[in-house]
Design a binder for this molecule. Sequence first.
Ligand code: XMP
Length: 511
Amino acid sequence: MSYKGILILDFGSQFTQLIARRIREMKVYCEIHPCTEPFQPDWQYDGIILSGGPASVLGDTAPVVDPRWLSTEIPTLGVCYGMQLLAQHTGAVLERGQKREYGQSTLQLSGEHLFTRGLPTASIAWMSHGDHVEEAGEQWSVLGRSDTGVIALMTHKLHPWVTVQFHPEVAHTQYGEHLLQNFVLGMCQSPQTWTMGHFITEQVSALQAKIGSDHVICGLSGGVDSSVTAALLQKAIGPRLHCIFVDNGLLRQGEREAVEQEFFELDLTVVDASTQFLTALDGITDPEQKRKTIGRVFIEVFEREANRLSKRHGEIQWLAQGTLYPDVIESLSFRGPSATIKSHHNVGGLPENMNFVLIEPLRELFKDEVRALGLELGLSHQRVFRHPFPGPGLAVRMLGPITAERLSLLRRADQIFIEEIHNFGWYDKIWQAGVVFLPVKSVGVMGDDRTYEWTVALRAVHSKDGMTADVVRLPWELLERVSTRIINEIEGINRVAYDVSHKPPATIEWE
Ligand code: XMP
């Protein structure tokens, strides 16, 4: 750990990231490591949290921690599985639950401790466990029980260890945040220095020390992550950062110009490779084939430009990438790589066979921290809060063959949709929105004329991470306005549909 803060040892709970979020909201740094992490005597941290997890402490293959983590007299909080593990470590009696206690319960407190300071004697706590501590033993003070009499909170008499059977990190636990604050700020006395201003100062000097007088290449897509990566690196190394923006001909209306305008101070190479992409995509209708083609051409274009830059500035060994903390956690996960990793996300990503050393200055940050950082670095609100847009661009929103003419129709329809979403004040309430071109012609009537033209579908979803999504219930007036404008203003489209499917079973993009 490079900063002082809280070390979270993860036993695989679905809430572990939430613990980290809560702590960072207190402006305290924290890191998640798998519970299998061997003890690191050099790491700087003020407290340890042992997370919950799906396993049973009583099972044969129960995960444990390196016992040296518990030999330091550093304050330690055990949550659910973490509590049971600490209890077991000290000889307490655990019992396998006959049935799981799941959901809301009342936490009844007795006794006093810095950890429970300021809490009322009764409050709502959210439980999710099978096993529980049946007899705490001499070493522990039991300070709280649940509705059913289960030991819900206990503190160690000799070591600075505190434990909860419920989940303080979830919003349903009434005083959960308060308890976490008592632990982090009270018991661990962690400094509240984790601000984006502080992060910039630290990262800029770390990047300068690492990069020295070298040059760095960065693929800028215009998305939040690559934009913030570029802005941060520019602050650190100025003109020795060289950004490459690939116009693949599958971008939204005005996207390339907006990037050129916003990043005018950067050494930005804008490559117009649209002809190369469209030629390669000619006649392809299979979605996977489209993605593969786009990925391949992207690598070709990127390599060519990177080589050109290398010739001009001497061999460039560094490549900057906007990897975020959830990806890092995912790859380190004690559960192993989960099924949630999206294979298609390598489109527009790193050419694997290129000999670069990666620089990933955002790898400690969550998405909302990246946004805060972007604003702090002076990026526009529009850039920082824009909806996600897929690497293969409009290609995955165009069913059937991709042609320049159809792209032009789609681009204009998309522009109208997004414009009206802004006009109605809905942009920030939606996670992602766009238009899909359907190679379906239908009959319509305009004035006295019969039309026989294409169809588009509007798509707008709420989501947290793109893995699941709910359709947005857009106001009818907005949908009508968009439909009227698209049909009136774009010759070639005479029908507009709204996609009302959730993910799953549908996906966000149509291809
Ligand atoms: P799906 O269609 O899988 O999309 O429900 C989930 C999220 O991922 C985005 N997406 C991509 N992003 N490269 C990307 O960078 C891709 O190849 C890609 N495919 C889908 C999609 O826009 C949505 O936000």
